[in-house]
Design a protein around this ligand. Structure first.
Ligand code: SF4
Length: 311
């Protein structure tokens, strides 16, 4: 009798053999030792599974969000807060079966949802793990928390498995995406991805406790000196998605990692900049938004990536 692994995963895992999971389209054979831009291999490299209280209120609730932090990334953001895992790849390699167990343990701990942080390079493994975990009783919402640099083909592997998409729509100008995150064609790819995400899950729905159940929340991290870009992001959302779309305007930028190489962003946001973006939001027809207290822009919120929660 075939094993469950052989029964449930060939379609998903086969995509690792010619990896085009994101727009980098490296076409490397990750099942046989090759690695592409992100450095991810045949297993899911995970740095931490924890309970997180600093997401949007509808995600964190009162019991916290069950974050699973994946290592390696398809961007190279100079200001990355998680460079220890995104650039350096710190983490533990897990099979999809082991990843499914992490999800089950997170649910058993009482968190409101499973929050997949920087999941893009591992979509096939995550899809297989979610299918297995759901068979074993995983019932809380699954949040896909990414940088939005996604391929449509990759996202379609998640159809029916992810409940809430939480993309950070980072840049509107390609020269800035190239300068600060080393990526070409970001805006075209990311906006196409956001439309696919909306197609899959629709506008956000909340339960009676105000917790997210299904839908799209678009984040935008405002960069120093980039009020105009933030306005353009909001204008794009207004023009291309329902006015009920939830938008989370983040002001938590901290000039970490290699930010000092770019003097124009090597500082925190001025309150006047952040307020200008919030004021602009009020002039749009968008109906639902989150904002942050600028005091949340401190390094203390960066997690310790010590492999906790992976045993
Ligand atoms: S997921 Fe990684 S290997 Fe695959 S296309 Fe993207 S950057 Fe390349």
């Amino acid at each position: 009798m075939p094993s469950e692994r052989n029964n449930t995963t060939p379609m998903e895992l086969a995509t690792l053999q010619h990896c085009r999971l994101c727009p980098r389209s490296c076409k490397v054979d990750r099942l046989h030792g090759e690695t592409g831009f992100c450095g991810a291999g045949a297993c899911a490299t995970v740095a931490l599974a924890s309970r997180h209280y600093w997401e949007e209120p509808c995600i964190s609730g009162t019991k916290g969000s069950g974050t699973v932090f994946f290592s390696r990334c398809n961007l190279r953001c100079a200001f990355c807060q998680n460079n220890q895992i995104s650039w350096e790849g710190t983490g533990k390699d897990l099979s999809f079966e082991e990843l499914a167990q992490v999800f089950i343990r997170q649910q058993a701990s009482g968190v409101h949802n499973i929050n997949l942080v920087s999941p893009t390079p591992y979509i096939p493994l995550i899809a297989a793990a979610l299918r297995q975990a759901k068979k074993k009783g995983l019932a809380i919402p699954v949040v896909y928390n990414s940088n939005a640099f996604e391929s449509i083909g990759g996202l379609r592997l998640l159809e029916g498995l992810v409940d809430i998409f939480l993309p950070d729509l980072k840049y509107v100008q390609d020269d800035q995406a190239l300068r600060y995150s080393g990526v070409r064609g970001y805006f075209q790819a990311a906006t196409s991805a956001v439309l696919e995400m909306h197609h899959q899950v629709g506008t956000l729905t909340l339960n009676k406790q105000g917790l997210a159940q299904r839908g799209l929340i678009i984040r935008h991290l405002v960069l120093p000196g980039q009020v105009g870009a933030a306005r353009q992001i909001l204008q794009w959302i207004q023009a291309n998605l329902p006015l009920e779309t939830w938008v989370s305007i983040m002001g938590q930028f901290v000039p970490l990692w290699q930010s000092s190489r770019y003097p124009e962003i090597n500082r925190r946001l001025y309150p006047s900049e952040y307020n200008a973006v919030l004021d602009f939001f009020e002039t749009t027809s968008l109906k639902n938004g989150y904002c942050q207290d600028l005091s949340s822009a401190i390094e203390d919120y960066v997690p310790m990536f010590d492999l906790s929660g992976l045993e």
